[in-house]
Design a protein around this ligand. Structure first.
Ligand SMILES: [Zn+2]
Length: 257
């Protein structure tokens, strides 16, 4: 015979078991970053590796937030943990010092295995179609190739990083126009100066060549994306070779001098 107490204890146990199972399920769904994310970030993301410990935590939080807010879809390509983390890193690096930044103009990243066709790109193909910010029906979509994504982080001596390049286009686009002037983050008093500096540098590049990727001389939009790659990949080199550009980028990205 069960007493009322035994019945109550039994009922309590059942409730506890249900809560326990449910919580495990909720916890599993909430996991955004893979278990070894620190190891991956430390070995692939130079920017992250160089951060002090509390900034690393901040970076991880931002990364998790970003990855939980957008969809990454593989198109004939498997989306591996490494790819997700590198896409997230490319998103956070340019806006890391802008604490309340949200990529409200991005919903989905498509990951392609290699070069892709630019049929739906109305604004013209990006560098070797390695990455692209969508227009028209592809608004709010970014395309990036797996090979270029990884290459940008693996080769630490280069000034290239396709993911950073594409996310900088999104930062630039946030004010309504992609023109190399990110008015949403650059104080108005500097916009004329920045435009002039970009135009002068492009003219100089066309005339004499440069250690800046010549793709940057296409127009001010591409210049801003290319010089930002250089800035985040090789800050010391940029500071030495182009102090004026470096100083303006410090201003734009709100970094301490
Ligand atoms: Zn571009």
């Amino acid at each position: 015979m069960f007493t009322i107490w035994q019945a109550l204890i039994g009922l309590g146990l059942i409730v506890l078991i249900i809560l326990f199972v449910f919580r495990i399920r909720v916890a599993k769904e909430a996991i955004i970053l893979p278990e070894n994310y620190r190891e991956i970030l430390n070995s692939y993301v130079k920017f992250y590796r160089g951060l002090p410990e509390n900034d690393k935590e901040q970076f991880e939080k931002r990364l998790e937030q970003f990855l939980s807010s957008i969809t990454i879809t593989g198109v004939n390509a498997e989306v591996e943990d490494l790819d997700r983390l590198l896409i997230g890193a490319g998103a956070i690096i340019p806006v890391f010092a802008i604490r309340d930044w949200q990529y409200i103009n991005l919903h989905e990243v498509l990951l392609y295995p290699g070069a892709f066709n630019t049929d739906y790109d109305q604004a013209g193909p990006d560098r070797n179609a390695a990455g692209m910010v969508g227009n028209g029906p592809m608004q709010h979509v970014m395309i990036i190739t797996k090979w270029q994504l990884r290459q940008g982080f693996i080769n630490e001596q280069s000034t290239h990083n396709t993911a950073i390049h594409e996310f900088v286009h999104l930062v630039d686009k946030m004010d309504g126009t992609m023109d190399g002037v990110p008015e949403i983050i650059l104080e108005r008093k500097y916009t004329a100066q920045w435009k002039q500096l970009m135009e002068n540098t492009i003219a100089h590049m066309r005339m004499y060549g440069s250690d800046i990727d010549m793709y940057g001389a296409t127009n001010t939009t591409e210049f801003f994306a290319v010089i930002s790659e250089y800035f985040f990949e090789q800050p010391e080199r940029l500071k030495e070779n182009h102090p004026e550009l470096y100083a303006m980028l410090v201003r734009i990205y709100k970094l301490a001098q």
